[in-house]
Design a protein. Structure first.
Length: 271
C-alpha cells in the first residue's frame, strides 16, 4: 500500500525516524502556534502581536487613543476553555504601562507604572483568523482579525525525512492504521499562488504534488491532487507548513483512491 505515494519503511529505520518525528509540526507542542502579527481587514495602522510559548501567550495591542495618539496595551493570556463553537479561548487582564523616557541615560525602574484597564479575549476560528474582544476603561471592542503575511516563505530545495500518517475509513479495513513512511522531498517550483512538490520514495516510487500555495502569517499551505507511478492518486492538503534553513515541516490531510481518509504530519531535513 502506498497512499500519498510513499512506501512503508522497515521497522529498524522507523525506529531511527522517530527522532525526526519527535519534532512537532507546530511552533509549540501545546497547540497550533498563534504567534504572529494580527490585523483587521481594511483597518490599517493598528494591530496586535502574539507570542506563544506552551500554554501562555503575550499580547501587545498597538492602537490609538481618543486624541488619535498612539498607545499600546499588553496582556498575558492563558487557555480558559472552549467556546460554543469549540474554539480555544485565551483570556487575560489588559494593562497600560508607563515608564521612563527611552532617551534617559539611566533607566529608573521607580518610574514604571502598571494600570489594569480591562481584559482581552482571543479565540482562533481557523488557521488564519480569530475573534478579538477587549475592553479599555469601559470601552468594548470586538473585531475579526487575521494573520498578517509580511513575506512569502521560500520552500524551494531538497529534503529527506518522514511522514507519520493515519489511514481510516479505507475500502479495505486492512489498509486502516498508522504508518511511518520515508522519502526525499523536492520543491521544484514555487510562486505566490502555486507550489510543486515531488516525492521520490524508496523502491523507485515517484509521486507528484502540484498544488496551489497560500501564506497565512508564519504558515504556508498547499492543496491539490497527487499522482504516483504505482497508480495511486488522490487529493491532499499540506498545512501549518514551516520552513527554515535546516528543515521543513507541516501537517497533512487528504484522501486516496483506496478510499482512505489521511491525516498526519511530516518533518524533513534540508539536504
Amino acid at each position: 500500500m502506498s497512499p500519498l505515494g510513499l512506501v512503508a519503511i522497515k521497522r529498524g529505520v522507523a525506529f531511527c525516524l522517530a527522532l525526526l518525528l519527535s519534532s512537532p509540526a507546530f511552533g509549540t507542542a501545546y497547540s497550533t502556534d498563534n504567534s504572529d502579527l494580527w490585523y483587521a481587514h481594511n483597518e490599517e495602522a493598528w494591530g496586535m502581536q502574539l507570542v506563544q510559548r506552551a500554554d501562555v501567550m503575550f499580547a501587545t495591542l498597538y492602537v490609538y487613543d481618543n486624541q488619535q495618539e498612539p498607545i499600546f496595551y499588553t496582556a498575558t493570556l492563558v487557555d480558559s476553555g472552549k467556546n460554543a463553537q469549540g474554539d480555544t479561548v485565551w483570556l487575560g487582564d489588559l494593562y497600560q504601562t508607563n515608564g521612563p523616557w527611552f532617551g534617559d541615560a539611566v533607566f529608573n525602574p521607580q518610574l514604571i507604572r502598571y494600570r489594569k484597564v480591562g481584559s482581552l479575549t482571543f479565540a482562533s476560528h481557523f488557521l488564519d483568523s480569530a475573534s478579538l474582544s477587549y475592553s479599555v476603561d469601559g470601552v468594548n471592542v470586538n473585531k475579526m482579525i487575521y494573520r498578517y503575511t509580511m513575506r512569502y516563505d521560500n520552500y524551494a530545495g531538497s529534503y529527506v525525512g518522514a511522514y507519520k500518517l493515519t489511514f481510516s475509513q479505507c475500502f479495505s479495513s486492512a489498509d486502516d492504521g498508522i504508518q511511518t513512511l520515508l522519502g526525499t522531498f523536492s520543491v521544484l517550483s514555487q510562486s505566490s499562488s502555486a507550489l510543486t512538490l515531488v516525492v521520490n520514495a524508496y523502491q523507485g516510487l515517484t509521486c507528484n504534488y502540484p498544488g496551489d500555495f497560500q501564506q497565512f502569517g508564519q504558515f504556508g499551505q498547499s492543496r491539490g491532487a497527487f499522482t504516483c507511478t504505482d497508480g495511486t492518486a488522490g487529493s491532499y492538503t499540506f498545512y501549518e507548513m514551516n520552513v527554515t534553513h535546516t528543515d521543513i515541516r507541516g501537517l497533512v490531510t487528504g484522501s486516496n483512491s483506496r478510499g482512505c481518509a489521511i491525516t498526519g504530519n511530516f518533518t524533513a531535513l534540508r539536504q
